[in-house]
Design a binder for this molecule. Structure first.
Ligand SMILES: [Zn+2]
Length: 361
């Protein structure tokens, strides 16, 4: 395992500063494992870093990729619960302060010193990645790596909808923004018993909205959200509105369309300042809940639900492709022509043209 390996490296702040490089195989510490990557799915945040449009601090140069699964190739001297050959998925909190009050109460995802793979430390768009043992969860042989790589975004959605959210059987749920997280939030709302799950996007989201239907959405919209919601049920609005778009202004639509006493879950980021009044929040007695990342109990639950087939993210995977094909996958995802692409360092893994592919090429 000494020597070099191919890796997708984000090397500078300037837009388009990402390339495939030969880099050293990582050294591991006593409590780390060296993971041979089996699959790493591309996240919207990887695309933001490639475009230079991200709002978070990146430790350049940094290997991208934080949604991944693989096989343990080597263990550090003090690793006790895992061994070589184990198939695992990894959480994303690569660095935490284990003595912080938040970490001690299991909320290490909210620890301000948390740093994640792909921006804080080297990520998994490579042949190997160094992972602390505490991040690992075992997965069964029957779960393929390309599907296991989607555990992380499924955990984001589960935490938003099922832990921070309060979706009850029969609820009307509106999801604003049909990116991967929005689609998985729709899936979780359906699993949580929602009576109707409405997913709203733009005309350019055509493919994603088709996938929303496969994941359990009862209706999809390419615009006209407020008008549509006014005609649903008693016309007072939805019980829960989930803002999963990357634009601050979407919160205004959520405020407009949620019913009095209802809940807004904000899981989409948006650095732009708000240019509208928050008064409807007061007048309608709305609960506004932010949701960030996930922690150990969420991972345990989500993995068991993926293994049992209850969570079925398969329609999201538009393409599984070799690592050197990263740029094509980033471009296709950016244009909404792929919902999710999963990269793998295994050569010959490309499945373009298979029945899984939903791409337009
Ligand atoms: Zn992600």
């Amino acid at each position: 395992m000494s020597g070099t390996m191919p890796a997708v490296v984000n090397y500078a702040r300037e837009p388009l500063s990402v390339e495939l490089r030969e880099v050293a195989v990582p050294e591991i510490g006593e409590r780390d494992v060296l993971l041979r990557v089996g699959g790493v799915s591309v996240c919207g945040s990887d695309i933001h870093q490639w475009r230079g449009s991200h709002s978070w601090h990146v430790n350049y140069p940094c290997i991208l990729g934080h949604e991944f699964a693989g096989t343990i190739a080597k263990t550090g001297a003090r690793v006790t619960n895992f061994q070589e050959g184990d198939r695992v998925v990894s959480e994303t909190a690569a660095v935490i302060d284990e003595s912080s009050p938040l970490s001690r109460s299991g909320l290490y995802n909210l620890d301000p010193s948390r740093r994640g793979f792909g921006y804080g430390v080297d990520g998994a768009m490579a042949e190997y990645v160094r992972v602390p043992e505490r991040c690992l969860h075992r997965i069964p042989a029957a779960l393929p790596f390309h599907k296991a790589a989607l555990t992380e975004p499924c955990c984001v959605a589960y935490n938003a909808v099922c832990i921070n959210g309060r979706v009850r059987p029969g609820d009307a749920v509106l999801v604003l923004g049909p990116g991967p997280i929005g689609l998985l939030c729709a899936h979780m709302a359906k699993l949580g018993g929602a009576g109707s799950v409405i997913v709203a996007g733009l005309p350019s989201d055509h493919l994603r909205l088709r996938v929303a239907q496969q994941l359990g959405a009862t209706s999809t919209l390419e615009g006209g959200v407020a008008e549509y919601i006014a005609g649903v049920g008693d016309g007072l609005g939805v019980d829960v509105a989930i803002d999963a778009s990357g634009h601050s202004v979407t919160l205004q639509t959520a405020l407009q369309t949620v019913r009095p006493g209802g809940q807004i879950i904000k899981v989409g980021w948006g650095p732009q300042p708000l240019q509208f009044s928050m008064d409807p929040l007061v007048q309608k007695n709305i609960t506004l809940s932010g949701s960030f990342s996930h922690n150990w109990p969420v991972w345990g639950r989500v993995i068991s639900m993926i293994v049992s087939g209850q969570i079925a993210p398969d329609p999201m995977i538009s393409r599984v492709s070799d690592l050197p094909n990263w740029l094509h996958c980033f471009e296709k995802m950016e244009r909404g022509e792929y919902v999710k692409a999963v990269l793998t360092p295994e050569t010959g893994a490309d499945d373009q043209g298979s029945s899984r592919s939903l791409s337009l090429d």
